[in-house]
Design a protein around this ligand. Structure first.
Ligand SMILES: *[C@@H]1O[C@H](CO)[C@@H](O)[C@H](O)[C@H]1NC(C)=O
Length: 285
């Protein structure tokens, strides 16, 4: 408790506008794919593509230590079986922290699977997977990560689908000391991604394309060993996100998603954990 209040106090001391208007040219770099990743127009849009020779990817220029990060994505249309669009935060090194969204493609007419995971100090194994209540290939939808010292909340179009709480008081590591970058990539994973690897990528459909827009981050930017927190593109926003928690309406919505759209939950997989479910499963949602 004392250490987390100290972290908060330090963060609040810094006043700095972290990220302003979404512009992919300012905030991101295409890191691989030999021209398959593109920033379009004035930096408003970004696309990644995948063909038989290669996928592609980008990463944020900034490293962040906590943030409320929104991105709109439109996923690979049609037969996307075998493809994975990963959108995540990660720190570096073997004991890294990571907060993951991965979109696993499917044959036409069958649902994408949205895979989520949280790694703390190199250890993940906290998978929860969902189907979506809309077709994520038809339009852009907003995928958000709230990461503050108390919790990580994954949301889709403003509806929380998963909350991972800080339970350090019970000896469970929580990502809060390692700054992370935002990464995204589109790649071929037909050895496992779709229907357990049974359905392979149909290369006659290439190139596969995923599109991004409207990146926005209220975040603490990490630079030269210290963190500057500020508000994002809406001028009136505050640092409320640093202490944000789910209200009762949000809790109800999350329950609705988990009841109707969750297709895998590590906390319900008793066969996987014969020695007993991870401790966090008794309190987490
Ligand atoms: C693909 O569709 C099948 C059948 O509806 C479903 O079981 C599976 O979860 C979907 N997603 C993936 C990635 O296989």
């Amino acid at each position: 408790m004392a250490s987390s209040s100290l972290v908060l106090a330090t963060l609040f001391l810094a006043t700095f506008i972290a990220t302003s208007n979404a512009n992919f040219n300012n905030d991101f770099t295409i890191t691989w794919g030999d021209g398959r990743g593109k920033i379009l127009g004035d930096g408003d849009d970004l696309t990644l593509s995948l063909d038989k020779a290669s996928g592609s990817g980008f990463q944020s220029k900034n490293e962040y230590l906590f943030g409320k990060i929104n991105m709109q994505l439109k996923l690979v249309l049609g037969n996307s079986a075998g493809t994975v669009t990963a959108y995540y935060l990660s720190s570096m090194g073997t004991t890294h922290d990571e907060i993951d969204f991965e979109f696993l493609g499917n044959v036409s007419g069958q649902p994408y699977t949205l895979h989520t995971n949280v790694f703390a100090q190199g250890k993940g194994n906290r998978e929860k997977q969902f189907h979506l209540w809309f077709d994520p290939t038809k339009d852009f939808h907003t995928y958000s990560i709230l990461w503050n010292p108390q919790r990580i909340v994954f949301s889709v179009d403003g509806i929380p689908i998963r909350e991972h709480k800080n339970m350090e008081s019970q000896g469970i590591p929580f990502p809060k000391n390692q700054p992370m970058r935002i990464y995204s990539s589109l790649w071929n994973a037909d050895d496992w991604a779709t229907q357990g690897g049974r359905v392979k990528t149909d290369w006659t459909q290439t190139p596969f394309t995923a599109s991004y827009r409207k990146f926005n981050a209220d975040a603490c930017v990490w630079a030269s060993g210290s963190s500057s927190c500020g508000s994002g593109s809406s001028p009136s926003s505050t640092s409320d996100w640093l202490t944000e928690e789910l209200d009762s309406t949000s809790m109800e919505r999350m329950k609705w998603v988990q009841k109707n759209y969750m297709v895998y939950n590590y906390c319900a997989d008793v066969q996987r954990f014969p020695e007993g479910l991870p401790t966090e499963c008794s309190v987490s949602s």
